[in-house]
Write a protein that binds this ligand. Structure first.
Ligand code: LFR
Length: 470
């Protein structure tokens, strides 16, 4: 027996509705809709184009319904961003985490709770866009006073589809307002930061049935299916689907970001892990995602966007990467963790400045630039894998690399070389697979632990092995 479920996955450049056909011996995805997810810059900053996205999701679900029976829907997106609501109505347009407004929020939060203290409470690496800093910026702007609830983006979409307001726990763990290690909301911390705890909705775990579609949505989509909470943080879903049949492995979930780490049963809150800026995010089934954010393919895609804008040409990425692989002169390595690369726009110039400020030669062709970016990513990935092993005490014999980056052979090979460990590449669609697996288990179609779900991924998708070269 198999079941068909729909995964809504909102990624950095596009959103998708995918069907997952899942059974004890089957795991197959089918794309039914793809639509742009392009942030919009207005006078007051960078925002989600949330209404257009919602319209596209409803249309995508309608397309899904036309293919046959859909037993459930699960939603995931990147973490930390949210909408403010009052009386169930959205107040303003949600901000995108790459908006610059968070700087004021960081200062305000750290004036009350310095990072060292916060780390003990929430276990999160410092990222200036973590929800608590964004909320603090909203408090300074006066908008929090108006709100009576905040919903993370996948929870907002679930609310619009079902009328039910919840906070899914893996994504909630990235807000900075959850007690580390699977705890509840840290209401005293929130209040001490001037973030009213009324904003925080009831927590639910992946697998929880959020609700059934509202009548209007049922009519618009032609679907009659529950929305089930999945690892609604895209990285949590991706990690759930990593085919780690050997537990002594690290992972890299590589898309726009490279999330590099290991899975643990309990958080690591040492001074060393804080100094290394490692995070303890909540995973599916209460696992800990002990990882570090490396800038990821963002560096490459932003560079390509700039070159295309400047030249009016369309750049063929696989061809560029093939040229980059053929570059023979050694290229310099820059720090792919430097926050100067977080904001959008003008990436090649920012990389060039980083290099020349340190007396390093700036690559002279696009191919050399691409090689420099991929070398820098591989170097940061290798460092983070070794740091994850050392900080957690976990043995690491291999690296699973999943997500879009697993198609980048140069990146996989250079990561293996620099880490001195084999890289097992794929599946590309780990996030969507994690999303549908959790739904299928909630429906009773699959049973067992995360290891059982991963075993199904390993059986149905064969990772490609990149052995380290001397
Ligand atoms: C990846 C991701 C990362 C998170 C970043 C911002 O898509 O979700 O895990 O740190 O985006 O939310």
């Amino acid at each position: 027996m198999t079941v068909t479920v729909a995964a809504v996955d909102l990624g950095a450049t596009s959103g998708r509705v995918m069907l997952g056909h899942v059974g004890p011996d089957e795991l197959r995805l089918e794309a039914v809709a793809r639509f742009p997810n392009t942030p919009v810059e207005t006078i007051d900053g960078l925002h989600w184009n949330i209404l257009e996205l919602y319209r596209s999701i409803v249309e995508g679900l309608r397309a899904a319904a036309q293919t046959g029976d859909v037993a459930a829907i699960g939603i995931d997106s990147w973490a930390v961003d949210y909408a403010l609501l009052r009386g169930g109505r959205m107040l303003g347009t949600p901000y995108h985490y790459r908006d610059a407004r968070t700087a004021a929020g960081v200062d305000a939060v750290h004036a009350v709770a310095p990072f060292e203290e916060l780390y003990g409470e929430n276990g999160l690496q410092f990222l200036a866009f973590n929800t608590l800093y964004q909320l603090a910026a909203d408090r300074i702007a006066g908008t929090l006073d108006l709100a009576d609830e905040a919903l993370l983006i996948p929870d907002l979409i679930a609310y619009w589809l079902t009328g039910e307001k919840v906070a899914e726990s893996t994504n909630a763990s990235t807000t900075g307002l959850l007690r580390v290690g699977g705890g509840d909301w840290n209401r005293p911390l929130a209040e001490s930061l001037g973030i009213p705890s009324r904003l925080l909705p009831p927590l639910v775990q992946p697998g929880h049935r959020i609700g059934t579609l509202r009548d209007a949505v049922r009519t618009a989509t032609g679907l009659d299916a529950p929305v089930i909470a999945v690892g609604s943080h895209d990285t949590a879903s991706a990690v759930a689907a990593i085919p780690m049949t050997d537990p002594d492995a690290a992972y890299i979930s590589c898309g726009t970001w490279g999330l590099v780490g290991v899975e643990l049963d309990a958080p690591v809150l040492t001074e060393a892990s804080r100094a290394a800026n490692f995070t303890n995010e909540g995973g599916v089934d209460g696992r800990v995602r002990f990882l570090h954010n490396v800038m990821g393919l963002w560096l490459l895609s932003e560079s390509v966007r700039t070159w295309e804008r400047e030249s009016g040409e369309t750049i063929d990425l696989p061809a560029l990467l093939a040229e980059a692989a053929a570059v023979e002169t050694p290229q310099p390595v820059f720090d792919a963790n430097d926050p100067v690369f977080t904001a959008p726009g003008g990436m090649p110039d920012r990389i060039a400045s980083w290099l020349s400020e340190r007396g390093l030669a700036v690559p002279q062709s696009r191919a050399a630039f691409a090689r420099c970016i991929v070398e820098s990513l591989a170097s940061a990935f290798a460092d983070a894998v070794h740091a994850a092993a050392e900080l957690s005490g976990k043995r690491v014999n291999a690296i699973h690399l999943v997500g879009g980056g697993s198609l980048n052979e140069l990146l996989c090979q250079l990561t293996a070389d620099r880490a001195g460990l084999p890289v097992l590449a794929g599946p590309v669609e780990a996030t969507a697979l994690g999303n549908v697996l959790v739904q299928a288990r909630a429906l009773g179609e699959l049973s067992g632990s995360l290891e059982d779900l991963r075993e199904l991924v390993a059986r149905t998708t064969a990772p490609r092995r990149f052995a380290p070269r001397a």
